[in-house]
Design a protein around this ligand. Structure first.
Ligand code: IPM
Ligand code: MN
Length: 369
């Protein structure tokens, strides 16, 4: 990546601005240690943009995103925002962005922190060896199918359809990633009931035949919802359509210990990507300094890895998170009896402080005595 990469920050709604402040701090650290001179700009989205611009996705926001190398988004969604029958909702602004940039591949790794083992509702032995990556299709399925809020007969409907092209390209991402991991893909469908899901299964199988080293299993979504709790360590890459991935990745957050910990990367054909924590806007705790910044910080690590090509720094940022949690520094959602409770800002500062310090120390030339 050449110097001067540009990142657009979209704080959005609820706790979005708080976690975006944490992400910004991490991006500034990255900029300092990499010498890349990252240029950060901020634009409005969601209910916040609706209030000031009358639209959840102002043209200026789209233009800022178009001229950047990556986007960081905090969260969208507000209980007081208009509904779909009244105009573009905050959620639709995000869906428009995902589709506008053809960000069809949503990577949702489920981070496992040794220090947080007792927070997961599963027995410790079930958590041994868990290393899960969701690959969620993000540009199709029920989210974008033909729909009516009120059809001719008065009922609302949504439709589920997937083209072979859409399935092939997301399946390819899953198989490629599995190749560098434990060589397993679990494809999730509902082929026993839905025609579109039978097509999903056929198309995934076809792509899989080009990856003989990767073991492919098909699993019905209801069964997978249970398997996630029974045998999470057996799963490696979990490949899903848009809606199933949305649901199952929240379920998997319980394995990590809190929804506040999960990052995501939405990618297309190039290195451009949109990075957002999985947690959403959590309006009930907005503005109180309670938001867990770790999903956002780990999303910055994904940004460094996939959009800036800074693998080593991504790993270092992830390690800094690990270290801080191991020392018992926590936000309230992941607090235990002997934890030190910090605000979002304080916890983010601990992580970025350690990240930078470790980096500069690694650069000190060895002294010969
Ligand atoms: C997510 C969110 C979004 C989704 C909403 C905010 C549109 O829940 O990223 O998981 O459903 O994809
Ligand atoms: Mn979701």
């Amino acid at each position: 990546m050449s110097a001067g990469a540009r990142i657009t920050l979209l704080p959005g709604d609820g706790i979005g601005p708080e976690v975006t402040a944490a992400a910004q701090r991490a991006l500034e650290s990255l900029s300092r240690v990499s010498g890349l001179g990252l240029e950060l700009d901020v634009a409005e989205i969601g209910a916040a943009a609706l209030r000031s611009h009358g639209t959840a996705l102002p043209p200026a926001t789209l233009a800022a995103c178009e001229s950047s190398d990556a986007i960081f988004l905090g969260a969208v969604g507000s209980p007081s925002a208009p509904t779909a029958t009244e105009g573009l909702t905050p959620e639709q602004a995000l869906l428009t962005l995902r589709r506008h940039f053809e960000l069809f591949a949503n990577l949702r790794p489920v981070p496992r922190f040794e220090a947080l083992t007792s927070l997961a509702p599963l027995k410790a032995e079930r958590l041994d060896g868990v290393d899960l990556l969701f690959v969620r299709e993000l540009n199709g399925g029920l989210y974008y199918g033909r729909r009516a809020e009120q059809s001719a007969d008065g009922d609302a409907f949504d439709t589920l359809s997937y083209s072979d092209r859409e399935i092939h390209r997301i399946a390819k991402v899953a198989f490629e990633l599995a190749g560098g991991r434990r060589q397993r893909v679990t494809s999730v469908d509902k082929a026993n009931v839905l025609a579109s899901m039978r097509q999903w299964r056929r198309a995934v199988t076809a792509v899989g035949s080009a990856y003989p080293a990767v073991q492919l299993e098909h699993c019905y979504v209801d069964r997978l919802a249970m398997d996630l709790l029974h045998r999470p360590a057996d799963l490696d890459v979990v490949l899903t359509g848009n809606l199933f991935g949305d649901i199952l990745s929240d379920e998997a957050a319980a394995i990590a210990g809190s929804l506040g910990l999960l990052p995501s990367a939405s990618l297309g054909a190039s290195t451009f990507g949109l990075y957002e924590p999985v947690h959403g806007s959590a309006p009930d705790i907005a503005g109180a300094g309670l938001a867990n910044p770790i999903g956002a910080l780990l999303s910055v690590a994904l940004l460094a890895r996939h959009s800036l090509g800074l693998e080593e720094l991504a790993v270092r940022l992830e390690s800094a998170v690990d270290e801080v949690l191991a020392e018992g520094l926590r936000t309230p959602d992941i607090a235990e009896e002997d934890s030190v409770i910090l605000s979002s800002t304080e916890l983010a500062a601990e992580v970025t402080g350690r990240f930078e310090e470790a980096w500069w120390q690694s650069r000190v030339p060895l002294m010969v005595v």
